[in-house]
Design a protein around this ligand. Structure first.
Ligand code: 3PG
Length: 402
C-alpha cells in the first residue's frame, strides 16, 4: 500500500484529499428563525482529522473532496457541503487559516492563492454527473486541481467513481491514515483471527449480505443472525411469518444453509405491528407452524436469544458485528440491538477483539454509549461488507504496490 508517510516533500504541495463526509444531517432552526441543515453525527469527520493534521503540519495545501447523499448529478440545496464545513471549522479552527467553502464550481484561482498549511472544502462531488459515472473528463478535471491525491475515504472505496478510482490514473496516489487503519484491522481479522471467531449479522436485507455470509462462513466458528435477515430462514423452514419482511427470491439461497451448524438463529422473537403498540414474545418451536398472526411481523430477537448469543460472545476472542437485530428505530423493538451492543462492549473490555461497522449499527452503539469500548469502529458500511466478502475494492486496488 502506498502510504502518505512515503511522500518526501509535502511543503506547499496541493493535496486532493478524498474523504467520506457522507454524514447524517438534520434540520435545525437557526437564530434568524429559518431552518438549516446541521451535522447530526460528526464521527466520520473526526476520523479524518489525523490525516488532515498530518498534511497541514507538513505544510501541504489540503483540498478536501467528498460526496454527500445521492443528488445524482443535480445541485440539491439540502445536500450542500456547507454544514460539513461548519462542523469541520469547529474541529479544525486552531489549525486553519482558511475555511472557505467554495460552491458550485471548482476554484482554480482560490486554490492557487492558498498558502501551505491551509485547507479548503469543495462542494458535493455528486452534484456533478461525472462523479458516479467514473467519467475520465471529470477525474482529469479534479486531478488538475492538485499535485498529489490521497484517499482517506474507506467508506466509499467500494465505488468505482471518478474521485475514488479513475483519478488515480492522473495523479500520484496514496492511502490516508484512516484508510490505512481500516485496511490493517479488517485484513488482520480475515487473515489471522484469534479463535473462537464469531460474527453477528442483522439488518433488513439478506440480498445485500449474501457475499458476506458465504465468505464469513469459511472463516468464523459461529454466525449469529438477527433482524429481518433471519425471517428468510424461518420462511424457508416453512413457518408462517405473517407480514414480516422476507425476500422471496432469496429463499433458494437460504435453503442451502438451513443445515449449516455454524449458523445460529433466534430461538424466540418479538412479534407485533410496525407502530409498536403490541409487541409479544413468541418461542420458535418445531411443533408450531405459526410465528406470526396474519398482520403481525417479526420485529426483534427475544430475551432467550439474547442469552444464547451472549453465551457465544462470552467465549469468543474475535467478533464482527454488522446490522441491527430488529426494528431498532422503535423503542418497543430495540432491546435486541441495544443488549447485543452492551454485551459486545462488556466482553470487549475483557479482551474481545471487536469490530463493528455499518451506519445503523454505529447509531446503535452511539445511542447505548458503548462506542469507546469497541476495539475498532469501522467508518464503512457497504465498503466494510464488500471488504469482508474478500473483494479488492476499486478505490484500494490502485494504491496497492505492484
Ligand atoms: C456510505 O455512507 O456508506 C458511503 O458514503 C457510500 O455511500 P453510497 O452508498 O451513497 O455510495
Amino acid at each position: 500500500m502506498k502510504k502518505i508517510s512515503e511522500i518526501k516533500n509535502l511543503k506547499d504541495k496541493k493535496v486532493l484529499l478524498r474523504v467520506d463526509y457522507n454524514v447524517p444531517l438534520e434540520k435545525k432552526k437557526a437564530s434568524n428563525g429559518k431552518y438549516k441543515m446541521v451535522v447530526r453525527d460528526d464521527t466520520k469527520i473526526k476520523e479524518t482529522l489525523p490525516t488532515i493534521n498530518y498534511l497541514l503540519e507538513k505544510g501541504a495545501k489540503v483540498i478536501l473532496i467528498s460526496h454527500l447523499g445521492d443528488p445524482k448529478g443535480k445541485i440539491v440545496k439540502d445536500l450542500t457541503m456547507e454544514p460539513i464545513g461548519e462542523a469541520l471549522y469547529k474541529l479544525l479552527k486552531e489549525k486553519m487559516e482558511c475555511t472557505e467553502i467554495v460552491k458550485d464550481n471548482y476554484p482554480f484561482d482560490f486554490i492557487d492563492k492558498m498558502a501551505g498549511g491551509e485547507v479548503v472544502l469543495l462542494e458535493n462531488l455528486r452534484f456533478n454527473i461525472g462523479e458516479e459515472k467514473n467519467d475520465t473528463k471529470f477525474a482529469k478535471y479534479l486531478a488538475s486541481l492538485a499535485d498529489i491525491y490521497v484517499n482517506d475515504a474507506f467508506a466509499v472505496s467500494h465505488r468505482d467513481h471518478a474521485s475514488v478510482s479513475k483519478i488515480t490514473n492522473f495523479l500520484p496516489s496514496y492511502a490516508g491514515l484512516l484508510l490505512e487503519k481500516e485496511i490493517e484491522v479488517l485484513s488482520k481479522l480475515l487473515a489471522k483471527p484469534k479463535k473462537p471467531f464469531v460474527a453477528v449479522t442483522g439488518g433488513a436485507k439478506i440480498s445485500k449480505k449474501i457475499g458476506l455470509i458465504k465468505n464469513l462462513l469459511k472463516k468464523v466458528d459461529c454466525l449469529m443472525i438477527g433482524g429481518a435477515m433471519a425471517n428468510n430462514f424461518f420462511k424457508a423452514f416453512g413457518y408462517n411469518v405473517g407480514a414480516s419482511l422476507v425476500e422471496l427470491d432469496k429463499i433458494i439461497f437460504v435453503r442451502k444453509f438451513l443445515k449449516n451448524k455454524k449458523i445460529l438463529l433466534p430461538i424466540d422473537l418479538v412479534v407485533g405491528d410496525f407502530d409498536g403498540k403490541k409487541g409479544r414474545i413468541v418461542q420458535v418451536s418445531g411443533s408450531s407452524e405459526n410465528i406470526c398472526e396474519k398482520n403481525e411481523a417479526i420485529l426483534d430477537i427475544g430475551p432467550e436469544t439474547i442469552k444464547m448469543y451472549e453465551e457465544v460472545i462470552s467465549k469468543a476472542k474475535t467478533l464482527i458485528w454488522n446490522g441491527p437485530m430488529g426494528y431498532f428505530e422503535n423503542t418497543e423493538y430495540n432491546k435486541g440491538s441495544d443488549e447485543i451492543s452492551r454485551i459486545i462492549a462488556e466482553y470487549s473490555k475483557k479482551g474481545l477483539l471487536s469490530v463493528v461497522g455499518g451506519g445503523e449499527t454505529l447509531s446503535i452503539i452511539k445511542k447505548t454509549g458503548v462506542a469507546t469500548s469497541i476495539a475498532h469502529v469501522s467508518t464503512g458500511g457497504g465498503a466494510m461488507l464488500e471488504f469482508l466478502e474478500g473483494k479488492v475494492l476499486p478505490g484500494i486496488r490502485p494504491l496497492i504496490r505492484q
